[in-house]
Design a protein around this ligand. Structure first.
Ligand code: UD1
Ligand code: CA
Length: 485
């Protein structure tokens, strides 16, 4: 929702977007690249590429360096049209852009530069930035924000006419400059030739000994170009993620926005603070979410469905009017009007038909359960196809695994399986058949037959009474303590 892009505001295509993603991310203290860490269930890199695609770049270049073995494959997976440029040594943002331009043909038009680790930046904001750049006829337009604590950021120095004179890095700034609260987000649109000639002229005469992309703005001004700023009020959009504390804060904020967006779209959320909805989740109106509901991945939920409390669904499809209570499901399809839980576990490949039921303490895996069929209590259903209108009694186990291989079972329509049954796979129960409670089924049960496979009951007349009497007599015997066992 909030991270989505709206096509209405998409401007004409830019020549290129360059995503800087070569930096280290040491403060995450992670074996995983920072860019693979997730916000709203999507990697930071994925947010960056989604925002970039909103301005329809003819060329998309991601500058990679640190943890390149992790970042590069993800770039190609998420954006097959993207090119990567390798920056082997991190010599500054200006150097990173030089590396990007080396893999691009000569460009005309605009080049947008953004970062891989600014996950809340939206495509809408990038589109506004491009619009502002065009409307003002700028050579460079930088995205800025007024922040309460500008420490560490580059400061925007403006001329009396409002144009940007230059950007001064925190470490190169004097006291007066450090007092400026308007900061450089690091996101810009450049006229392609301004960028190409600018980065070619950079030097490393500064506190960090790096090639600063920010110096291109001063150079553009010196060449007589207009340099403008587009200021955003949404400070989150310019904020990078450097450690896991920031990561959690950003996840909470993105979630707050996502949940609010869904409430405005007609979803009832009983407790927004304990409801988590990933960026790619889709909900229909009149969905009702109880506290402790976590909707992850590409989950979709149909109109009027009721979820939770304490339920986590990942990459699931929930039909209209279905209900899931205190359960966990992954890659499962829950049909319209079906009910699940409390306390059940639906593993990948579970497909519960319309008006079907998976009740309490049931585990399912690769289980296709037909319309109106019920698995109400305490069962395991694995590698099974169950037809429509069947009832699987309490405590039924599909014994699908012999320790080496797994075998599938097929249960027809209108079948009744009695409680406490073990169906040894591959089991085959025909339409309308009846399996007696407590059976261990090892042979097919044809349609409309009764399958019964258990020891026959035998009653021994008076046995329990006799035992009681003999125990009582032993307890009364002298010299023998009845309490001793
Ligand atoms: C930069 C800006 C600063 C701005 C800040 C916003 C410069 C000189 N300074 O600061 O004005 O306020 O961003 O966050 O541009 N990167 C590379 N290769 C490099 C260096 C950086 O790919 O050699 C990437 C990093 O992965 C990161 C981004 O560029 O995504 C910014 O780098 P970072 O070091 O965080 O920013 P600063 O240079 O400190
Ligand atoms: Ca730096």
């Amino acid at each position: 929702m909030s991270a989505a892009t709206s096509p209405e505001t998409t401007p004409a295509a830019v020549a290129a977007v360059v995503v800087l993603a070569a930096g280290g991310g040491t403060r995450m203290r992670s074996k995983r690249s920072k860019l693979l860490h997730e916000v709203g269930g999507r990697s930071m890199l994925s947010h960056a590429l989604a925002a970039a695609s909103a301005v329809q770049p003819e060329h998309l270049v991601v500058v990679v360096g640190h943890a390149r073995d992790q970042v590069e494959p993800l770039v190609h997976e998420l954006a097959p049209q993207a090119t990567t440029a390798v920056q082997t040594e991190q010599r500054g943002t200006g150097h990173a852009v030089r590396c990007a331009l080396e893999v691009l043909p000569e460009l005309t038009g605009e080049v947008l530069v953004t970062y891989g680790d600014v996950p809340m930046l939206t495509g809408e904001t990038l589109a506004e930035l491009v619009q502002r750049h065009r409307a003002d006829g700028n050579a460079v337009t930088v995205l800025t924000a007024d922040v309460p604590d500008p420490t560490g950021y580059g400061r925007i120095l403006r001329d009396p006419d409002g144009q940007v004179a230059r950007i001064v890095e925190h470490r190169d700034a004097d006291e007066a400059t450090r007092a400026v609260t308007e900061i450089n987000s690091g996101i810009y649109v450049f006229a392609a030739d301004t960028l190409a000639t600018g980065v070619a002229r950079l030097d490393a005469v500064n506190a960090q000994g790096e090639l600063y992309l920010t110096d291109v703005l001063g150079l553009a001004r010196a060449d007589g170009g207009r340099v403008g700023a587009h200021r955003t009020d949404d400070l989150w959009q310019t904020e990078g993620v450097n450690d896991r504390v920031q990561l959690a804060r950003m996840n909470a904020e993105l979630n707050r926005r996502t949940v609010e967006g869904w409430m405005r779209a007609g979803v009832t959320v009983v407790d927004p603070a304990t409801t988590w909805i990933d960026a790619d989740v889709r909900l229909a109106p009149d969905v009702l979410l109880h506290p402790g509901t976590i909707l992850a991945g590409a989950t979709t939920v149909g109109e009027g469905a009721e979820l939770g409390p304490d339920t986590r669904l990942r990459d699931c499809e929930v039909g209209e009017g279905a209900s899931v209570v205190r359960s966990e499901a992954h890659l499962a399809v829950i049909g319209a009007g079906a009910t699940v839980g409390p306390w059940s576990y639906l593993r990948p490949g579970t497909e519960l038909g319309e008006r079907g039921k998976i009740g309490g303490f049931v585990e399912t895996k690769k289980a296709v359960i037909g319309a109106g069929s019920k698995v109400p209590h305490l069962s395991y259903v694995g590698d099974a196809t169950i037809g429509a209108g069947s009832n699987i009694g309490a405590g039924t186990i599909f014994a699908n695994y012999d320790g080496v291989d797994k075998f599938p079972s097929t249960i027809g329509d209108g079948v009744f399986v009695g409680s406490g049954t073990v169906l040894v796979a591959p089991a085959e129960i025909g339409d309308g058949a009846f399996v007696a409670a407590g059976s261990t089924i090892t042979e097919p049960v044809p349609a409309d037959d009764l399958g019964v496979a258990r020891g026959r009951q035998r009653n021994v007349e008076g046995w329990a009474g006799r035992r009681r009497e003999s125990r009582a007599a032993a307890a009364d015997a002298p010299g023998d303590s009845g309490a001793a066992q």
